[in-house]
Design a binder for this molecule. Structure first.
Ligand SMILES: [Zn+2]
Length: 200
């Protein structure tokens, strides 16, 4: 494929970016100074070198260690695990200091329209973590209140059922302080706190 078509495809893979916007990005790049193109390629190389994905919770972070600051912090509460869709949601929870337990970033939500996404989500990894963590008392599903979020919740409850039967921990969902379709990424502290305290 041509370089222009390749770049359009690349931008189109970004969340919320359609073919027309992707094309505009490429034309914008074509009109940029050679210097700023060099700058972008340097930034991408740096990004690749300096950003890691945590081997435990799967969030991305700046640094080269195996685990992020949350997973490597011995003072976090091992009895609580918060399952979240994406990195931006986790960042917002951390920024607002709502939660003192551990996280698991799924990397997306199940979708009736895109069944292939199931393979990309860290569901097996979630199962293994839950199975291995004997201190676990509660799993909080902090997924958005959408068709996809609900589908994912039901699926997680189903795959964890055999473990729940043999051990005592509960699965809760964030309270509906988060209105339908509201994403965790954009909620303010009061809304998050309310949703967390009213989990059931
Ligand atoms: Zn981590």
């Amino acid at each position: 494929m041509s370089i222009i078509a390749d770049l359009i495809n690349f931008f189109q893979s970004f969340p919320g970016i359609g073919p027309r916007q992707a094309r505009r990005f490429v034309y914008h790049l074509a009109g940029s100074e050679p210097k700023s193109l060099e700058e972008i390629s340097k930034l991408l190389v740096r990004f690749h070198k300096e950003v890691s994905r945590c081997s435990t919770c799967f969030r991305i972070f700046e640094g080269k260690s195996n685990e992020c600051v949350v997973c490597s912090n011995p003072n976090r509460d091992d009895s609580k695990l918060l399952v979240i869709e994406k990195d931006a949601d986790l960042e917002n929870m951390e920024r607002n200091q709502i939660f003192d337990g551990r996280y698991h970033v799924l990397g997306g939500l199940l979708s009736p329209l895109r069944p292939e996404i199931q393979e990309k989500l860290r569901l097996k990894e979630l199962y293994k973590r839950v199975e291995a963590n004997k201190k676990l008392g509660e799993i909080v599903l902090a997924l958005s209140a959408t068709t996809e979020g609900d589908m994912t919740k039901r699926y997680i409850e189903k795959i964890l059922e055999p473990i729940i039967k043999s051990r005592k921990f509960k699965i809760s969902n964030l309270g509906r302080g988060l209105s339908t379709g509201t994403e965790l990424e954009y909620s303010d502290r009061d809304t998050l706190k309310h949703a967390f305290e009213n989990r059931k």
